[in-house]
Design a protein around this ligand. Structure first.
Ligand SMILES: [Mn+2]
Length: 393
């Protein structure tokens, strides 16, 4: 069996104020062409279908057409889940009808157990993004209990229960959407929007998935963040921020034989409008010899890092006349490093301490001294869960 693995479409996302829908539509057409060329038996979309819980009507229309094209016109089965950006309840609409047509879209923890799919000798489990609170509710764990406080604790139980449902003699595939850490990505600098809690409370160790033959992940936007050979991120099909600018985008083709090693092949997607980071002083950037080598206005998005602070006005306007769509204009001035140093320090603090600890420290300092009560800690935790749902990759 051959499957195409993609994730993090984020339909409706904007790059600062620039609309990405055209680029996303083009990437979709390339995905469709890859699926046809590879003659896949189905398509995995591992969460973050939309960019937000309540997507724009344009985004809904675009995504609806994409699903129609793949599922009704091209007749591919689809194995999808909701990610942290999606509105799970809204996406749960019409699932029974969709299932009739082999369009599987799980948005609740329990559906991972009730709605797994067996095709030939492959069993596919679809486990949507959830937080510990969702898992505690599903397992009816009381709000005061210390059980399942972290996603790792919750996932340990969920995976054990999924394994109970393993049909013997089948290959077992999991589709899910979390920050999974393993041996290969330990030292990898994560470049998604998820920054502050890497290695912290939100991560799931890859070893929990050791009994699956392949885990198709969404959440982190670069395939280089994959924790192991068979626990992989396909990454997003489109570049969503300047930190992703240098890395190519694409999808995986997963070849699942009845026995033996899973085949994993990377297929590149070429952006119809690339995201390019230019760095240099103003004189260089407005030099014809330099800019004539770059894509013409409208053909690329630019992030520009100026290493000098030029005199005169309308710097942005001058650069826009040359380059067109500038999504970001930043000054990276040598000697003017106080701000950069402050940012680095903040990032270091954020990396070594969890947001819960930082809030606790702050409270302690301000209240001279006092600890958060248990109830207050729970409020902080609940608020942070809500924020993470909105702000993560
Ligand atoms: Mn994402």
């Amino acid at each position: 069996m051959k499957l195409l693995h993609t994730a993090d479409w984020h339909i409706g996302k904007q790059l600062n104020e620039f609309d990405l829908l055209d680029v996303q539509q083009d990437a979709f057409k390339q995905i469709e062409a890859i699926a046809a060329a590879e003659q896949v038996d189905g398509i995995i979309i591992a969460g973050d279908l939309y960019d937000r819980a309540i997507p724009s009507t344009a985004a809904v229309k675009a995504f609806d057409q994409m699903l129609q094209q793949l599922n009704i016109t091209d007749k591919y089965p689809i194995y999808a889940i909701s990610g942290n950006h999606d509105g799970a309840t809204r996406l749960n609409f019409a699932r029974e009808w969709m299932k009739q047509n082999d369009l599987h879209l799980n948005t609740k923890v329990e559906e991972a157990f009730t709605d797994n799919v067996v095709v030939g000798d492959v069993q596919i489990f679809m486990l949507p993004f959830f937080d510990p609170q969702d898992a505690r509710m599903y397992y009816q764990i009381s709000i005061d209990s210390n059980e399942m406080r972290t996603i790792e604790q919750a996932m340990t139980r969920v995976v054990a229960d999924l394994e109970q449902q393993f049909e013997p003699g089948k290959r077992h595939i999991l589709v899910t959407h979390f920050n999974v850490q393993g041996t290969d990505n330990e030292n990898y600098e994560l470049t998604s929007e998820t920054t502050s809690t890497v290695g912290g409370l939100n991560t799931v160790p890859a070893r929990l998935f050791k009994n699956f033959d392949y885990v198709a992940l969404g959440h982190l936007h670069l395939r280089q963040a994959s924790p192991t050979r068979t626990v992989r991120y396909s990454g997003s099909p489109v570049k969503f921020n300047t930190k992703e600018a240098k890395n190519e985008k694409g999808v995986y083709i997963i070849d699942i034989p009845t026995t033996g090693e899973i085949g994993i092949t990377w297929k590149t997607i070429t952006p119809s409008k690339d995201l390019i980071v230019l760095r240099g002083d103003f004189e260089k950037l407005i030099d014809r010899d330099f800019y004539s080598e770059q894509p013409k206005p409208g053909e690329a998005f630019y992030s520009i890092q100026l290493t000098s602070r030029p005199a005169g006005k309308n710097i942005r306007k001058q650069l826009e006349d040359i380059y067109g769509d500038i999504v970001e204009l930043e000054y990276h001035i040598q000697g003017d490093e106080t701000q950069a140093a402050t940012e680095q320090l903040a990032q270091r603090v954020a990396k070594t301490k969890s947001p819960e600890e930082i809030i606790g420290d702050f409270y302690n300092e301000m209240m001279d001294p006092a600890q958060l009560t248990e109830q207050q800690q729970k409020w902080v935790e609940a608020a942070l869960i809500d924020i993470r749902k909105d702000s993560e990759a």
